[in-house]
Write a new protein. Structure first.
Length: 318
């Protein structure tokens, strides 16, 4: 089966290919003989009631000295494609939401958009975990500093975070009586205008913030534990965490079984779950990572598993 595959992503010239999951997907698609196109950043739009974008033919190489070549770019209806990989990093701001609506038009034209644009809009990565309360630590979400302050007083040791961050940005660890608590809450909530989340601190973070990858609702059998280094409490790789591959535990598999069927129902073919100890903390649907690290440590081909699903979906559609 031959597919025309386009990717929406951050500028391809600035990625780190040794760690970039979107690049792993592109390498696998090319290996299978599919045609690749790169959506020029900012070029999504609509004309005559159809989604369009400026597409450049793309060739990729697993070579840090030169990992891509682009051909001549042409504005093209997205309905002429078979697959669009939506891999744009957060924030999920108004531009991102508008792009998801345009990709929904392409989906209505028969294009397989991964992940489903409706799910990208509906599943905020912090709030989506709360759809599975049996999997989550004690959590509260509020715009009201007093509510968040009371939660900290109840649990004593907490993590505070915005709903739209990524890579560990703007995450605070606080204790009851922290002299900075009021200013942290004022900053996170914009003095009562923005939602923020408080969760009970999980000391198991010392052993790593585990990234579990789901493909069409089924877990990859290994996770990447992102372990905080030095005095840092955040395990995110972007915050300096060290990645260590591990087999899934029974609890990890239980969490995946709780979450996977609903994500499959929503068309979320590639998802990253964040698990600390025994608890689900986030459901990453926009641009989950860690494929290249797990492939390297365990001899996997996770992008190959994903493209098996993509090809099966497109085969059914035809």
């Amino acid at each position: 089966m031959h597919l025309n595959v386009a990717v929406v992503m951050d500028p391809i010239g600035s990625i780190r290919i040794a760690k970039d999951t979107s690049f792993a997907m592109l390498l696998e698609a090319q290996r299978r003989g599919h045609s690749l196109s790169y959506v020029l950043p900012g070029s999504l739009g609509a004309a005559a009631g159809r989604a369009v974008a400026t597409l450049a033919p793309l060739v990729v190489r697993d070579d840090p000295a030169g990992w891509f070549e682009l051909g001549a770019a042409v504005e093209t209806p997205l309905g002429e494609l078979d697959v669009v990989l939506m891999r744009q990093d957060p924030p999920v701001d108004s531009n991102y939401l508008h792009d998801s609506i345009l990709l929904d038009m392409a989906r209505a034209d028969g294009v397989l958009v991964l992940n489903d644009p409706r799910g990208l809009r509906d599943l905020n990565e912090k709030l989506a975990a709360l759809l599975f309360p049996q999997c989550c630590p004690p959590t509260v979400v509020s715009r009201m500093p007093a509510t968040l302050r009371a939660f900290v007083a109840e649990h004593g040791h907490c993590v505070l975070k915005p709903l739209d961050g990524m890579g560990g940005r703007s995450i605070f660890q606080v204790r009851q009586g922290d002299p900075n608590l009021n200013v942290i809450l004022e900053t996170l909530t914009g003095e009562g205008r923005q939602l923020a989340m408080a969760q009970r601190y999980l000391p198991e973070i010392r052993d790593g913030d585990k990234r579990i990858l789901l493909i069409d609702g089924e877990p990859v059998p290994y996770c990447l534990a992102r372990i905080p280094q030095g005095d840092e409490f955040r395990g995110n790789l972007a915050a300096g965490g060290r990645g260590e591959g591990r087999p899934l535990t029974d609890r990890d598999r239980w969490i995946a079984a709780q979450v996977g069927p609903e994500l499959r129902r929503r068309g979320m073919l590639f998802v990253g779950l964040d698990v600390i100890g025994d608890w689900l903390t986030e459901v990453n649907v926009t641009s989950p990572t860690c494929v290249r690290e797990l492939d390297k440590q365990f001899g996997l081909n996770i992008a190959g598993q994903l493209f098996d699903v993509i090809e099966a979906r497109r085969g059914t559609a035809h």
